[in-house]
Design a binder for this molecule. Structure first.
Ligand SMILES: *[C@@H]1O[C@H](CO)[C@@H](O)[C@H](O)[C@H]1NC(C)=O
Length: 187
């Protein structure tokens, strides 16, 4: 009888340990609830028109192919969400056809300013979402601006950011938001 009880007790103990190791801890659970699913992120392609000096970003491969003659593909800038995931906000695209500038922002205030200064609100398909804060393994997406060539430029590369400031006439403006790096290490 004693033997049977100890077997039951040991089984329960083993079960409890197994249960606790499989169950995510509070931090993991919180992270899963507040992070976007990387499976819902797509490459945010960067194309560049050297004639008009305009950087164009899109997650839409067809849009990229449509403009590729004037906007050759440069690289994948980052991964962005194409559905509104936890903790993300819309990353609006605005376009100024006169200045030939594509401008991206999460700020409705900046968007309103742009709308009063020759930009139109372009509905992207798919619509893009990024993090407004650095969470879930995201990295800063730097925004720079060339005042005479009227070009908003976005990069996650610190090296490129410094080069564009030192050698290409761009000014550091802000961190536009936080995006997933190409090599995902967590989340
Ligand atoms: C801009 O376009 C998006 C997508 O269609 C829309 O959700 C948003 O309300 C628009 N904002 C303004 C200020 O026009």
């Amino acid at each position: 009888m004693t033997h049977i009880f100890s077997v039951i007790f040991i089984s329960l103990a083993v079960f409890t340990v197994a249960f606790h190791t499989e169950e995510p801890g509070p931090d993991v659970r919180r992270s899963a609830d507040t992070c976007g699913n990387p499976a819902d992120a797509l490459p945010f392609y960067r194309a560049y028109n050297p004639t008009t000096v305009d950087h164009f970003y899109t997650a839409n491969v067809n849009a990229l192919l449509f403009t590729i003659a004037s906007y050759p593909l440069q690289e994948v800038a980052a991964l962005v969400f194409v559905t509104q995931e936890p903790s993300t906000v819309p990353f609006y695209r605005l376009l100024n056809r006169v200045a030939t500038d594509n401008f991206y922002t999460t700020s409705t205030t900046e968007m309103d300013n742009a709308l009063q200064n020759g930009y139109i609100n372009v509905t992207d398909d798919p619509f893009t979402y990024i993090y407004p804060k650095q969470v879930c393994g995201s990295v800063p997406l730097y925004r720079l601006y060339h005042e005479t060539k009227l070009d908003n430029f976005y990069t996650t590369s610190e090296t490129e950011r410094l080069d564009f400031i030192a050698n290409q006439g761009y000014t550091d403006i802000e961190i536009a938001g936080y995006v997933l790096p190409l090599a995902l290490t967590q989340c």
